[in-house]
Design a protein around this ligand. Structure first.
Ligand code: CUA
Length: 329
């Protein structure tokens, strides 16, 4: 029985570090590493306490069970000083050690003082997508964040509507994104890779579809990505593209922008200047390809109910917009 129990515990601990899972137990930053270490330490301490307490309980229940030849009540005892001291002092020491470890971890993951080498970002939560504004680099993108490996990223969190929560489990803990308030957090990724993020505060019907990706690039790849993002939008060539461009800089402009540097006016919808450099759209919900984009323009409501993009366009207009959109590299 105990052996089986040990096997289960071993399995839980092994799974909690599963390499492919996008959880904080598979950390790619010092923040998540500190948090994972604290979690594992507390888990092991709790398991030891559980096994000892439950083991003692079961053992006593079996050893002192009522037997058929038992006559009168056993001698009644009241209190045991030694046991009382042990079960008072040991939990106090355990809780104290948890407190000290938690304070240490909190200090280890606190936002570091700003340095000139930091990357400054503004993250804006919208129902239901993420806006990423690179304040120093003068670029804006959505739902897919690029950061260079090993660089401290200072993040200002803002919301345009309701409370959201910014969370990339493998890189950092959750931080609430509150309207009218400027919360801060930071990231510093140790390994190149792609990490999944998710809004972690219920924010309406499509809360679950408010995802994002963090691309941790080598410095070289990041610089190349930035250089491309800073380029102005594609200039329309054909008549169809011209018509699409006119639409995008007309009616669509109310919510979208195709100016790479438009980061100071927080619009309702994502900056589309380099839309096709992203792999997903609509809050990380759909793969970004021609078929999905066309379906989106045809009926956004069917694809992501409750979203703010109300469009009702003729297929002619959709063709024109698509002709231009598919060049926004
Ligand atoms: Cu935004 Cu949940």
């Amino acid at each position: 029985m105990l052996r089986k129990f040990g096997l289960v515990i071993g399995l839980v601990i092994a799974l909690s570090g599963c390499q492919s899972s996008p959880t904080f137990l598979n950390p790619a930053s010092s923040i998540s590493t500190h948090e994972a270490n604290l979690y594992r330490t507390i888990l092991i301490m709790a398991l030891v306490v559980f096994v000892l307490v439950e083991g003692a309980l079961v053992w006593i229940l079996i050893r002192d069970r009522k037997r058929s030849d038992d006559g009168e009540l056993p001698p009644q005892i009241f209190g045991n000083m030694r046991v009382e001291v042990v079960w008072t002092v040991v939990p106090i020491l355990l809780v104290l050690s948890l407190f000290i470890m938690t304070v240490q971890t909190t200090n280890n993951v606190a936002v570091p003082d700003a340095q000139s080498s930091d990357l400054n970002l503004r993250v804006v939560g919208h129902q239901w997508w993420w806006e990423f504004d690179y304040l120093d680099l003068k670029i804006a993108t959505a739902n897919e964040l690029h950061i260079p490996v090993g660089t401290t990223v200072q993040i200002n969190l803002e919301s345009r509507d309701v409370i959201h929560s910014f969370w990339v489990p493998q890189l950092s803990h959750k931080t609430d994104v509150v309207p009218g308030q400027h919360n801060t957090m930071w990231l510093k990724a140790d390994e190149v890779g792609v990490y999944l993020g998710q809004c972690a505060e219920f924010c309406g019907i499509e809360h679950a579809l408010m995802r994002f990706k963090v691309f941790v690039d080598s410095q070289e790849d990041f610089d190349a990505w930035v250089a491309n993002q800073q380029q102005p939008a594609y200039q329309p060539q054909t008549e169809m593209e011209q018509a699409g461009y006119k639409e995008l800089t007309g009616a669509c402009e109310t919510c979208h922008s195709i100016d790479p540097a438009e980061i100071n006016s927080i619009k309702k919808g994502p900056n589309l200047t380099h839309l096709l450099t992203r792999t997903t759209f609509a809050g990380g919900t759909f793969d970004l390809n021609e078929a999905n984009l066309r379906s989106w323009l045809e009926d956004t409501e069917a694809m992501k109910p409750g979203n703010d993009m109300e469009v009702n366009m003729s297929s002619q207009k959709i063709d024109e917009i698509m002709a231009y959109l598919m060049h926004l590299n």
